[in-house]
Design a protein around this ligand. Structure first.
Ligand code: ADQ
Length: 498
């Protein structure tokens, strides 16, 4: 049976609703890995995105105004936007609680940061059930393929099943899946594992994540078996058969490479270089998150300046931190830690005409981000653990003169694909990272070109469209272009209470 419409479900809708400088409500495209990844796909093919708006809007905006904004958003993004409304308490306990205080740290191997508050679980179930109801109301068994994304929504297929609603469903986990000895600490380990086995297809970023998942299934689910090799295997339990695959996410390579070559980006890149002349720029770009390894990276840069004094005055680190999870105490603490370190390192090393670290704490616009990708000679990407890390791929795509050097953490999902051309580092090894910084800054042009060409070729070959195609082909034996250019549909009026 062919699907004729693709419905994507994620915690956040692919847009941001907020007020502009004049206090008027506005709708803007969202940022972040998933939007970057799926936006072009849904735009070109038509489709529907179901998700939470990101705040408690029904209390701030009347229904008609919100509907109007969503219709405008649908026209601008090119696909239909269907909202799921959450109460303040749900946001607190499902989103900040279960998702971000339990699953996020646990799945990133940072169990010591987990807050296993038992009250969170009920809200996680309740919100997943709410999402399942919106899916049920806005999709049809014969038409839709429902593709659910990420750790906040693991229970959706199970909720649909319990409601007696049959849909073809796939799930993709954007973050890593932890090894068995980490996963078994989760008080709801059986429920989470069994819920994942209710999808028709479960996809992971890397072979390692999938192997971890399979180990947990073998250990915790009686009578389960894994059959098959290659990038998709079958997981057989006493109740059902589930496909389990590896699908490393990627970027729209062509769009990045072309955009990097435009006049606007070149002009912006020129301004950056003109203001920071005669020096090599090392770039770090991350959402504010403890998994991204920013403090250790700053220490590694300081260590490089200490041990390789000839880098002083010649190299500067541009560290961009994109605000994230604002108001959460742990993230505020991390922000202060970063700011103190930047101050300390700059205080120690700054000389007239040279500042070692340029710290930017805001979301850059697209032209600025591309300009940094193009201008900076080195990208320093050192997460402690990361599902994939799209910044690494974007940097390479924008290095159109093939002269950038990528320093990449062994613990980023991207390492599996990019280790041939990148300088690989252990982010916990401060001296090792410092050595890689030195190596990158002193690398001969020939080697830089050779490495970057390799990286770019690989990303070009395995781009975002290949990722979507691989997932959909496994899911419904259909390629992306077999989904018709769906005639554009306007979102349904919002039900007062979902
Ligand atoms: P993230 O951790 O958000 O998401 P990451 O792969 O680091 O994703 O990508 C961040 C995205 O935000 C990039 O596409 C980048 O262009 C954009 N971005 C970065 N800096 C920006 C800035 N200053 N201004 C505007 N936009 C900016 C999760 C997982 C990752 C996984 C992705 C995709 O945690 O491991 O790679 O999903 O699956």
């Amino acid at each position: 049976m062919k699907a004729t419409r693709l419905t994507v479900v994620s915690n956040r809708l692919a847009i941001i609703v907020d007020k502009n400088e004049d206090g008027q409500w506005q709708i803007r495209p969202g940022s972040g890995g998933l939007v970057t990844a799926l936006g072009p796909v849904l735009r070109d093919r038509g489709g529907q995105w179901i998700g939470w708006l990101g705040s408690n809007f029904q209390e701030m905006l009347d229904e008609a105004s919100l509907q109007e904004l969503l219709e405008q958003g649908s026209r601008e993004t090119g696909y239909s936007l269907t909202p799921v409304h959450l109460t303040g308490e749900e946001i607190e306990k499902y989103y900040f609680g279960f998702s971000n205080e339990i699953l996020w740290p646990l799945f990133h191997d940072l169990a010591s940061r987990c807050n296993f508050d038992p009250s969170y679980w009920r809200y996680y179930q309740q919100v997943n059930d709410k999402f399942a109801r919106v899916v049920a109301e806005n999709t049809l068994e014969e038409e839709d393929y429902v593709w659910i994304h990420d750790y906040q929504l693991i229970l959706v297929a199970a909720c649909l099943e319990e409601m007696g609603v049959r849909r073809r469903t796939g799930f993709f986990l954007h973050i890593p899946f932890p090894p068995l000895d980490g996963f078994i600490r989760l008080p709801w380990r059986f429920q989470i594992l069994e819920a994942l086995l209710r999808y028709d297809l479960v996809g992971f970023q890397t072979v390692r994540d999938r192997r971890n998942f399979m180990d947990c299934v073998r250990m915790l689910i009686p009578d389960s078996r894994v059959v098959g090799h290659g990038h998709v295997a079958r997981c057989l339990t006493s109740k059902r058969e589930v496909l389990v695959g590896t699908f490393p996410i990627s970027i729209d390579y062509k769009q990045f490479a072309e955009f990097a070559g435009t006049r606007e980006v070149q002009d912006e890149a020129w301004i950056i270089h003109a203001n920071l002349p005669e020096r090599q720029l090392i770039l770090g770009v991350d959402r504010l998150d403890y998994t991204k390894g920013i403090p250790l990276r700053l220490m590694a840069f300081a260590n490089a300046l200490e041990r390789y004094p000839h880098l002083r005055r010649k190299a500067s680190l541009v560290q961009v931190v994109v605000p994230s999870r604002e108001g959460v105490p742990e993230y505020e603490t991390l922000k202060s830690e970063i700011e103190q370190l930047v101050g300390k390192i700059n205080g120690r090393f700054t000389e007239v005409g040279w500042t070692p670290i340029h710290y930017i704490y805001r979301s850059l616009n697209r032209i600025e981000l591309m300009a940094y990708y193009r201008t900076c000679e080195v990208a320093l990407i050192t997460p402690l653990k990361d599902g994939m890390n799209l910044v690494a791929k974007e940097f390479c795509a924008c290095s159109i003169e093939n002269n950038g050097v990528l320093i990449l953490s062994e613990f980023a999902g991207a390492a599996a694909q990019l280790h041939h051309g990148a300088l690989m580092v252990n982010p916990y090894d401060i001296e090792g990272v410092a050595d890689a910084i030195h190596q990158a800054c002193t690398m001969e042009e020939g080697e830089r070109h050779m490495r970057m060409e390799k990286l770019r070729r690989s990303i070009q070959r395995y781009d975002i469209f290949r990722w979507v195609n691989a997932f959909l082909h496994t899911a419904v034996h259909q390629h992306l272009d077999e989904f018709p250019q769906a005639e554009f549909f306007v979102p349904k009026p919002m039900p007062a209470e979902i």
